[in-house]
Design a protein around this ligand. Structure first.
Ligand SMILES: Cc1ncc(COP(=O)(O)O)c(C=O)c1O
Length: 447
């Protein structure tokens, strides 16, 4: 299995050839899930005492397993938050695995960590954070939010805060991962109301800070809510730092990439005052799964909270080297920021701005089209690249049936969402290959 031989060379060739054709295919089907029973029947038993061989295993993957996985990079994938890796980033992910790179410590992965840190510094500067800001690429926004909030509480404790119960303030519209982090940390969530427009504003945050005082160790502002792409009043909330002592965390897992576009940059004023932030390259920064950039204003606060100590790790922790493991709740890690580094280095930042802008402009255009159709209405005006709308007279069952038919016909993947108890349809647009005409065709199916 480990030697270089004719057999291993043939396996590598098979896998690389498959990867090459998948990466360069322009007609990949959308695909759809099968039931567990169907998959068991079609795939058969693949793990036995004697192997079935690479050709057969790859055949099962190609003809049974892969078609039962929705292509998240399909331009018709408009649900949840799509993925649209650039060709350079997806291809480079193969190199990351092939090279057995370890990204946890400087000692083992200095070159990889250097490149990842250049990306983090570039992002930090784009977001207006001061020089010296830095962090680490973690698996996803959920882990990034948790790691940031753990650092926030640790910093509060070190500053002498010791309330009976710590609490964090966030909008009722904040992503579920923030509430999940609070559960893991056993802290209270003070979920404050957003405005009618979904925006969390400083006045309600101020009221929560006045009411809960020193119990509050962090305020989470969202830079692009998942359901609507709404950006909180970050400038107003950040200004409260002049009067109150709290850690400002920006959850920009999906939307903070919108700050790269000149069209929406201003919405994000105030991000530069954050103590920590996250943005997911596997969302709107066009990198493959899975990567979240977690950046601290003062990385030392992250390091103090997260460094693991063990006898066998002393070699790493007794130095001043920058080891990514120290900056989040993890230890072993692949250098998952490298695909983004390679792609940014290859294409330059300018085309990233254009690609983000494409999603914003397309969202605005299709929102106008929705408004022009009497049977459709926008739930809210899009701020970034998520468009949420209702079809007059439709029940939840109608939306579900319509969504299932779109997938069955391999037309598009658009799952319904809901707001204030009402079911709606939602386009999350970020794939530069998604076109206006394609979205119009989907709207036509709602007549
Ligand atoms: C605003 C926001 N925060 C956090 C997350 C969680 O990120 P992940 O799914 O990468 O853990 C998401 C996911 O969509 C998100 O949109």
């Amino acid at each position: 299995m480990h030697d270089v031989s004719e057999e291993t060379a043939a396996i590598v060739d098979l896998v690389l050839e498959y990867s090459r054709s998948r990466l360069l295919a322009s007609d990949t089907p959308l695909d759809k899930p099968l039931s567990e029973a169907e998959l068991a029947r079609l795939a058969g038993r693949t793990i036995r005492e004697e192997g079935i061989g690479a050709r057969k295993a790859l055949g099962i993957f190609e003809h049974v397993l892969a078609p039962a996985c929705i292509s998240t990079d399909d331009p018709g994938y408009l649900s949840f938050i799509p993925s649209a890796p650039t060709k350079a980033s997806a291809a480079f992910d193969v190199i990351v695995s092939a090279s057995a790179l370890y990204g946890g410590s400087w000692l083992e992965g200095a070159g990889a960590v250097h490149a990842e840190n250049e990306v983090l510094r570039w992002l930090a500067a784009e977001f207006g954070l001061p020089e010296g800001a830095g962090g680490v690429f973690v698996q996803g926004g959920t882990l990034g939010n948790l790691s940031a909030l753990v650092a926030a509480r640790d910093t509060a404790r070190r500053a002498g805060k010791n309330p009976e119960r710590f609490a964090m303030v966030c909008s009722v519209e904040a992503h579920s991962s923030n509430k999940s982090a609070a559960k893991v940390m056993d802290v209270d969530v003070i979920a404050v109301p957003a405005g009618e427009d979904g925006i969390l504003r400083a006045d309600v945050v101020r009221a929560a800070l006045d009411e809960h005082g020193d119990r509050v160790f962090a305020v989470v502002a969202t830079a692009g809510s998942t359901n609507f792409g709404i950006v909180d009043d970050i400038a107003g909330i950040a200004a409260l730092k002049d009067e109150y002592d709290f850690w400002l965390h920006i959850d920009g897992a999906y939307g903070l990439a919108g700050m790269l576009s000149p069209v929406t940059r201003e919405l994000f004023t105030g991000v530069g005052r954050a103590d920590s932030l996250v943005v997911d390259p596997h969302k709107w920064l066009f990198a493959p799964f899975d990567a979240c950039a977690l950046i601290y204003r003062d990385p030392e606060q992250g390091r103090r909270a997260h460094t693991q100590h063990a006898e066998y790790l002393d070699t790493l922790t007794d130095t001043d080297d920058w080891s990514p493991s120290d900056y989040a709740y993890h230890l072993t890690r692949r250098p998952r920021g490298l695909p983004l580094w390679f792609s940014l280095a290859t294409y330059g930042a300018g085309v990233y701005r254009d690609a983000v802008t494409h999603g914003i402009e397309l969202a605005r255009r299709i929102a106008d089209e929705i408004e022009a159709r009497p049977e459709l209405s926008l739930v809210r005006q899009p701020m970034l690249s998520v468009v949420v709308f209702e079809r007059e007279g439709w029940t939840k069952e109608d939306y579900n049936r319509w969504s299932a038919e779109l997938l069955d016909d391999q037309h598009a993947f658009v799952t319904p969402s809901s707001h204030a108890g009402r079911t709606n349809a939602r386009f999350a647009i970020l794939n530069p290959r998604t076109s206006f005409e394609q979205l119009v065709e989907i709207l036509d199916t709602m007549k």
